[in-house]
Design a protein around this ligand. Structure first.
Ligand code: BV8
Length: 244
């Protein structure tokens, strides 16, 4: 994987770097991406059909069990070299902001700090009625379990399709995107908004736009640098060039 010398120069000169990650960063840890076909008992469902309030209202048990399966899968995997390289990358710049669409918490598990989670976190649970976080509940065998305060159904603390993103996180992510020198979009299909609008906003404000992805995306044509490879290979290579 050759890293363009011009990109290394841009990064060496950068004061502020912002990164947006998607499911592709966790792919090499064994976490299926949204674009991957679902396997096993989930093969007949599309994620965008399950990750909605409507699906939860229609079949709360099915949606709860899908998240329980994903929660267990994430608990059993390990962060990969892409996650680790981002921890080192953060130390190279006076200002660095990591924004993620992922709900697996792997960035935090490997030591990334003040990560902006645009779409929530699968390890947190909240009450569907009160929209408040619930950390423990009596196990009465209900699936989904019920809120100990109001009796409403519990749900994962993630942002479903057609749900608004958390305002504070979106505001912080927007500020970090429009004020950075270099914006790296890593492992995302750049299809889901408003997250996919962040690299565009960065580029409009003059940031150098870098995409790291083995496949082309709607962003590819607009990126100044496109590193076509797996994040677990490209990011360690990029960091190595910045060390010397
Ligand atoms: C919103 C959490 C408005 C849940 C996710 C109708 C009504 C309302 C809204 C809409 C509508 N129609 C469209 C919209 C907007 C909608 C949207 O954008 N839809 C798309 C499909 C067109 N957005 C929303 O609904 C958002 N909310 O707009 O609200 C609103 C405002 C005010 C009040 C009320 C409402 C909410 C979007 C968030 C949805 N939640 N996740 C969960 O996880 O279960 S989205 C989910 O998919 C991810 O979080 C991520 O954001 C998104 C895309 O996934 P990616 O991360 O990009 O992963 P993907 O699989 O797509 O791609 C993987 C990539 O990795 C690929 O490119 C692949 O090549 C690459 N890759 C593979 N291996 C590697 C790799 N890269 C590097 N290395 C590797 N090894």
């Amino acid at each position: 994987m050759t890293i363009p010398a011009q990109l290394i120069q841009k990064l060496r000169a950068a004061q502020r770097v912002t990164v947006l990650t998607g499911a592709g960063v966790s792919a090499e840890s064994g976490v299926p991406t949204f674009r991957d076909a679902q396997t096993g008992l989930w093969a007949k469902f599309k994620p965008e059909e399950l990750a909605t309030p409507r699906a939860f209202r229609q079949n709360p048990k099915l949606v709860w069990e899908w998240y329980a399966w994903r929660r267990q899968l994430v608990a059993d995997v390990k962060p990969n070299p892409a996650h680790l390289a981002l921890v080192e990358l953060a130390e190279r710049f006076p200002e660095f902001q990591l924004i993620t669409q992922n709900v697996d918490g792997l960035h935090q598990r490997v030591g990334s700090r003040n990560v902006i989670e645009l779409h929530g976190n699968i390890t947190r649970t909240k009450c569907f009625e009160e929209n408040t976080i619930v950390t423990e509940w009596p196990d009465r065998g209900d699936i989904p379990p019920k809120c100990p305060r109001c009796g409403g159904l519990l749900r994962p603390d993630v942002v479903w399709f057609e749900e608004a993103l958390p305002e504070v996180e979106m505001d912080l992510a927007t500020r970090a995107s429009i004020s950075c020198d270099v914006f790296l979009s890593i492992g995302t299909s750049s299809l889901v908004y408003p997250a996919a609008g962040l690299p565009i906003a960065a580029m409009r404000r003059g940031a150098t736009l870098v995409e790291i992805n083995p496949q082309p995306t709607p962003l590819t044509a607009q990126a100044q640098f496109v590193l076509s490879g797996p994040a677990g290979v490209v990011l360690p290579e990029l960091v190595k060039h910045l060390r010397s």
